[in-house]
Design a protein. Structure first.
Length: 149
């Protein structure tokens, strides 16, 4: 198994079709870090009074979150769209399609297709550093993993 370099990775955001995933075309600009924290299954305790050890079965699956760090760019349409999503839909978040791609066309990697809700965008600035933003996306439904090698 070959390592997948981060170079060329991207996070694209677009509309859904009736709440379902559709492939987005436009990448969020100035991304410096991408993280998909992955799927977790809840556990349901099915132990009974005669059990010597606790017994569990898998429960509902949580697809997790995508966290993204960016250099703040007021001219980036996707960053502006994220601010607008949070500003205008606080009471009714709008699900979006996301395509997280690790690697680039020359360094085959992996793709994750999913639907999520942007839940936060925070900003940070310091002396001698670029202003950055942290974006958090809560995934809803399943995550489709596409191996591209």
């Amino acid at each position: 198994m070959a390592a997948i370099p981060s170079f060329g990775s991207s996070l694209k955001m677009g509309a859904t079709s009736s709440g379902s995933y559709t492939t987005p075309a436009t990448a969020i600009g100035e991304v410096t870090a991408l993280n998909l924290d992955g799927l977790t299954a809840a556990t349901i305790d099915v132990s009974n009074i005669t059990s010597r050890f606790r017994q569990f079965i898998p429960g509902i699956i949580d697809s997790g979150t995508i966290s993204c760090e960016v250099n703040l760019d007021a001219d980036d349409s996707q960053q502006a769209a994220i601010v607008d999503l949070l500003d205008s839909s606080a009471s009714t978040p709008t699900p979006k399609s996301f395509l997280l791609e690790y690697g680039d066309s020359n360094n085959k990697g992996a793709k994750f297709e999913c639907v999520g809700i942007v839940t936060s965008m925070s900003f940070k600035g310091a002396v001698g550093e670029a202003v950055t933003a942290s974006i958090t996306i809560k995934l809803t439904g399943s995550v489709n993993f596409v191996d591209v090698d």
